[in-house]
Design a protein around this ligand. Structure first.
Ligand code: SF4
Length: 279
């Protein structure tokens, strides 16, 4: 069973058992237990496909699966059961979709992790997105492999400026360090909005104190907490799920610990819905 994580991520593992970072990437035999209600496509990606690699779920936004590759293999990943062959000429296909739909205001580059692409491949996507359309990148790279943020990549992101919304996926305060802080400092100094989304995970961050610490540490690194997701029920991830009743109690406590601007929205993605559902 493939476990994949970077030396940088592993350097933050701790002896404590369970280690909140190791738990996110370490294989568990529980992944083979089939539980009713957990499926290969829990958020309805397949139904939302309008072209190979391009999804249209929410009004005014399209999502592009630019790669399957990631620097980490998160065992709770909601796309863990979906492996697609690389799609040829995806930037050109994206360009065609954008030309035919004047209502698109934002393109979300997702995957996988978009920053697994080379700078040239990434630039090919930037080049086909007209200037009036915002670009959102979802990535775990600042905490998985900060060395990916080379001066060249930073310069490419800087050029996008306020059109770029960078959404970090970070679940535990131990994932953040001085290297991530330097990256976010650069992005925020260059008018790039930096947000974070987390998944509520059993054995990782399923208590209000840890989540409060995460929000505070994110803020100290110029990142605003954005979403806290109830787990998407992908097959093989049931052992990560926090029951909804427990989850709502944790979230209630979290609200008591933080000023409102540091409280992420607690949401769930429901296949076929026109927006995320607030819990
Ligand atoms: S897509 Fe995101 S959550 Fe899934 S394995 Fe890659 S980095 Fe982890």
């Amino acid at each position: 069973m493939l476990e994949l994580f970077t030396p940088h991520f592993a350097s933050k593992f701790i002896e404590e058992n369970p280690c909140p970072l190791r738990t996110q990437v370490e294989y568990s035999p529980k992944e083979y237990i089939h539980i009713k209600g957990f499926s290969a496509d829990p958020v309805g990606d397949n139904k939302a496909k309008i072209a190979d690699g391009i999804l249209h779920k929410y009004k005014g936004r399209i999502l592009v699966l630019v790669t399957d590759a990631c620097a980490l293999h998160c065992r709770f990943c909601f796309r863990r059961n979906q492996k697609n062959a690389p799609i040829k000429n995806l930037p050109q296909k994206l360009s065609g979709v954008l030309a035919n739909d004047p209502n698109i205001k934002e393109v979300i580059l997702s995957g996988g992790d978009p920053l697994m692409l080379s700078d040239n491949e990434l630039q090919n996507f930037f080049d086909v997105i007209p200037a009036h359309i915002n670009i959102r990148i979802h990535s775990r790279m600042p905490i998985a492999k900060p060395e990916r943020f080379t001066p060249q990549l930073l310069q490419m992101l800087k050029i996008l400026g306020h059109r770029l919304i960078f959404v970090l996926h970070c679940n535990h305060p131990n994932e953040l360090d001085e290297k991530s802080k330097r990256i976010f400092n650069f992005l925020s100094k260059n008018k790039i909005t930096v947000l974070n989304q987390s998944v509520l995970l059993n054995g990782v961050n399923d208590n209000a104190q840890t989540l409060a610490e995460l929000s505070q540490k994110l803020f100290s690194q110029f990142v605003m907490p954005y979403y806290l997701h109830q787990l998407d029920r992908a097959q093989g991830t049931a052992h990560f799920e926090v029951p909804l009743l427990t989850a709502t109690k944790i979230f209630k406590k979290l609200k008591e610990l933080l000023p409102g601007y540091l409280v992420p929205k607690f949401v769930k993605e429901v296949a076929g819905k026109k927006s995320k559902v607030w819990l």
